[in-house]
Ligand binder design. Structure first.
Ligand SMILES: *Cc1c(COP(=O)(O)O)cnc(C)c1O
Length: 368
């Protein structure tokens, strides 16, 4: 029995290898490897795709978040509200600036932060909210923007898992003050290495991010603020430019796969299927179900050759690194329950119907 992987990047690459290799060779022959035309071209394409005025490419999604926070002058003494049920990078970027992450619980139906929990977490020190469009599902941005506007807060969208997703017809990354993207290989738009981008409609923020990503410098060898080195390689930019042309098609394929899982799995009991919010365009970076005996099921699936994943086994408020913040077990209950029960099934645009049927067949077996 052939194994069914959670993602298969080589399969996708084989479909676009010729175009990608031509783009890579062009960069290799150009002699410009960091910055240059390939990066600027990609930034323009990505800004257009995301429906924003500015895109600033950088080295990773983590850096994108850090640069966004720094561009808003967020640092020591400030608080930033975000979901506890996300990848560490969301909060890590906040901590790296010296600010404090404030964690709130998720909505049990979407895995995204529950907008009704935001207001209770606001203090005089709160500067920003980071909604995370987890697993490809956009957060209800209408609610988030309304609360942010009423309280004078910035909104930084963590779009790492949701490139191409939309809320009310607007692309994620174009709704808040800043959007942050990751091009880690397994994201919906993935490079062949690390990469990230910041998007914004605000020219002053764009200038600031640009400066911070290049050692706090806008004029060579003159440094006005303390920055970092976070540039996107020209090779990655060229690869991303090719892949961006396929993104909508790949996201549609993910949508079809999600729909098929929904149809095949809905007759089963003892599991909860993911729900897509009305008003949103979900791009299914993950197809994540909930099962009470998750670890058992996962192990059995693995024996049968189906590799599933757990995102995330421990919410951020209970992470050892954040012990000093003083959160306790039971404080953010939906996130804690999710961390015990979530299971992400194989999901990538080229997953075949046969493979999906196998996944469902084995899952039925595990549950019976
Ligand atoms: C992947 C991811 C990041 C970080 O992106 P990197 O490019 O790996 O640094 C941030 N937030 C979320 C929600 C992510 O999934």
């Amino acid at each position: 029995m052939k194994k069914i992987p959670p993602v298969d990047l080589a399969r996708q690459y084989s479909l676009i290898s010729e175009e990608t290799e031509n783009a890579v060779l062009k960069v290799l022959n150009s002699g410009y490897y960091v910055g240059g035309a390939a990066v600027i071209d990609f930034e323009q394409d990505f800004a257009k795709y995301t429906q924003v005025k500015h895109c600033i490419a950088c080295n990773s999604g983590t850096d994108a978040l850090y640069l966004a926070l720094r561009a808003l002058n967020i640092g020591a003494g400030d608080e930033v509200i975000t979901s506890t049920f996300t990848f560490i990078a969301t909060a890590e970027a906040v901590s790296m600036t010296g600010a404090k992450p404030v964690f709130i619980d998720i909505d049990c139906n979407t895995f995204n932060l529950d907008p009704t929990q935001i207001e209770k977490a606001i203090t005089p020190r709160t500067k920003a909210i980071i909604p995370v469009h987890l697993f490809g599902q956009p957060v209800n941005m209408s609610q988030v923007m309304e609360i942010a506007t009423a309280n004078g807060l910035y909104v930084i969208e963590d779009c790492a898992q949701a490139t191409g997703a939309e809320w009310n017809g607007q692309k994620v990354g174009s709704i808040g003050h800043i959007g942050c993207f990751s091009f880690f290989p397994t994201k919906n738009l993935g490079a062949c290495g690390d990469g990230g981008a910041v998007t914004t409609n605000d020219s002053a923020i764009a200038l600031s991010v640009k400066m911070l990503r290049e050692h706090g410098s806008s004029v060579r060898y003159r440094h006005d603020v303390m920055g970092i080195n976070s540039r996107l390689d020209a090779l990655q930019a060229a690869i991303l430019q090719v892949k961006l042309r396929y993104l909508d098609q790949w996201n549609q394929q993910r949508g079809k796969i999600a729909k098929r899982y929904q149809e095949l799995l809905s007759p089963l009991s003892n599991l909860k299927l993911p729900q897509a919010l009305a008003g949103g365009q979900h791009v299914w970076n993950q197809y994540t179900i909930m099962i009470s005996n998750r670890d058992q099921v996962r192990e059995k699936l693995q024996e049968m050759g189906v590799i599933s994943m757990v995102y995330y086994p421990l919410p951020l408020h209970l992470q050892p690194v954040y012990q000093d913040l003083g959160y306790t077990v039971g404080q953010l209950p939906y996130s804690e329950q999710a961390s015990h029960e979530v299971l992400s099934l194989p999901m990538f645009p080229d997953l075949t119907i046969e493979e999906q049927q196998q996944v469902v067949y084995y899952l039925k077996d595990c549950l019976s």
